[in-house]
Design a protein around this ligand. Structure first.
Ligand code: SGN
Ligand code: CA
Length: 516
């Protein structure tokens, strides 16, 4: 009899634990590379439709004020997995960084909390991943066609197919074989839609007949903004936006700065596919050249080519997200899974005449963020509180019921997602710091503060320029108000708020600059 009651109590402990496990939500974190909100229909004003992403937003939440801490791939990823700004996690730029994988990271803490952790796709932190039960990553930036993967044994192999499909296939394959008795966090990190926007074959023709509207600021001349004048990310410039690599206007034998890279990427295709590729883009090239574009007309034509290929790449992304969501739906997992869709930063789709990112201006500082929430999280629709990618780590830990270490700098979004009132309790300012200079695209080092209405930026290093914007009256950030007497009070207030933020986050850059 006693044996029986011991068995019964053991059984009840086990069922309690299991019940707890089924309560702790799974997390599917989908992060793309360079996918920007201007190209997602749920954000409005998108020239293309993204029905699968829209569905996530419709069934869940969509953040209007979502930002990164450093608008560049590696640094952004490091902020995301540590919950800390770049100066704290040590990975400040893509060119000279190696992520110190021995430090505390959110995947490691999730593991300790009993979660299975897996990562598939772009990693871009140079050192190999730590804190994952399973990982399979693209080396460096990865490739669109027949991409290589590095597996946990440190070996590299080539897969056949289109990268966005393969990353999705591998993610689903991992879900299929996971331990279903424990919750998981799966990081699905796409290469799409990073430069040079090589589309899946089935999408070659899509959008080719579409004319994309020029953004309002397309012909911006960057008056009053010195750093903006000196960047190298302009669509008009033959050096910055390469006709072959970026626009696919290329015939065999052409030589430009990036033709070699372009050929290398296309040459990854098997001979028959390679032929199909060149056939298609040769016809685009012939047509383009027959029009003899020059000056502004050439700039506009380059913009159209850029937009079309970027849009094609996002179409496949949207479809693959749909496929992963269908898997979760078919397996009854949606009720207990947080699905996050975001990007490592935003991107310029011709705004200010640019492509690429880096600047603290809205298009690249902003990053898309939509979520489908597990049962028990009541919030729906637009979330207008200001959030940042350092908030993801504490959010996931909070959801997992794990303690949030005091040195994590982000804030858990759980109160927002539970629909709690946050008025007066949420942050009123965000901090940003970009370091990669001198480097490709030549965006100066800068840091700054953004409140709901104002933005103050300091460009430093080989220059010393302040910029001040009133986002309410000048959402396109065309009028630098810094130093204008009318805004003196506001300017002083922002300087003080910035100092406080730097103190809070322990970034002593101003002190360093003053010592010089
Ligand atoms: C590559 C690209 C750049 C891009 C960086 C960083 N050049 O160097 O245009 O800004 O990546 O992008 S390319 O000729 O190699 O395509 S990031 O998203 O990985 O940070
Ligand atoms: Ca990126």
């Amino acid at each position: 009899m006693q044996r029986f009651s011991t068995l019964v109590s053991l059984f009840s402990v086990a069922t309690q634990l299991m019940a707890q496990e089924t309560q702790r939500p799974n997390i599917v974190y989908i992060m793309t590379d360079d996918h920007t909100a201007q190209m997602m229909s749920c954000y409005g004003h998108s020239p293309v439709q993204t029905p699968n992403l829209d569905r996530i937003a419709e069934e869940g939440v969509i953040f209007s004020e979502s930002f990164v801490a450093n608008s560049l791939s590696g640094p952004s990823r490091a902020c995301m997995i540590t919950g800390k700004h770049s100066h704290k996690n040590g990975f400040t730029n893509n060119e000279h960084g190696i992520f110190d994988g021995s430090q505390q990271t959110m995947p490691k803490l999730m593991q300790q909390a009993g979660y299975q952790t897996a990562l598939i796709g772009k990693w871009h932190l140079v050192s190999l991943p730590t804190g994952f039960d399973h990982w399979e990553i693209l080396p460096g930036q990865g490739d669109y066609y027949n991409p290589d993967f590095i597996t946990m044994d440190g070996k590299q192999h080539t897969e056949h197919g289109y990268c966005t499909d393969i990353v999705t296939d591998k993610s689903i394959a991992w879900l299929e074989q996971r331990d279903t008795s424990r919750p998981f966090i799966l990081f699905v990190h796409h290469k799409a839609c990073h430069r040079p926007w090589l589309p899946d074959f089935k999408d070659f023709r899509t959008y080719e007949d579409k004319t994309f509207p020029l953004p309002e600021t397309f012909w911006d001349k960057w008056e009053g903004r010195e750093a903006a004048q000196q960047q190298e990310m302009s669509i008009a410039s033959a050096h910055d936006m390469d006709l072959a690599y970026d626009c696919k206007i290329y015939s065999k034998g052409d030589q430009s700065r990036l033709t070699e890279n372009y050929e290398r990427m296309v040459n990854r295709l098997e001979p028959a596919d390679r032929q199909t590729y060149w056939q298609f883009y040769d016809s685009i090239t012939t047509d383009f050249r027959s029009r003899h574009y020059e000056g502004d007309a050439l700039t506009e034509a380059k913009f159209q080519r850029y937009m079309r290929d970027y849009a094609k790449v996002t179409k496949s992304l949207d479809e693959n997200v749909g496929r992963l969501m269908q898997y979760l739906r078919d397996h009854g997992m949606l009720e207990n899974t947080l699905v996050v869709y975001t990007s490592d930063q935003g991107f310029y789709m011709g705004e200010h005449g640019w492509f690429d990112k880096r600047f603290m201006y809205e298009e690249s500082f902003h990053t898309p963020l939509i979520m489908r929430l597990p049962d028990g999280y009541r919030r729906r629709g637009w979330v207008k509180e200001m959030v940042q990618n350092i908030d993801y780590a504490p959010t996931f830990l909070d959801m997992a019921g794990a303690p949030i270490p005091a040195d994590i700098q982000g804030r858990s979004l759980v109160p927002l997602l539970k629909g709690k009132k946050t008025e007066g309790k949420w942050r009123d300012a965000l901090y940003y710091h970009f370091y990669e200079f001198p480097a490709e695209h030549m965006v100066k080092r800068h840091y700054g503060i953004r409140t709901k209405r104002w933005k103050l930026i300091h460009f430093y290093n080989d220059n010393d320029q302040w910029e001040l914007y009133d986002l309410k009256n000048d959402p396109n950030e065309l009028h630098n108000l810094y130093g204008q007497p009318r805004y003196a009070k506001q300017q002083a207030r922002l300087h003080e708020q910035l100092r406080q933020l730097q103190k809070e986050y322990d970034d002593d850059i101003e002190a360093q600059l003053q010592r010089r």
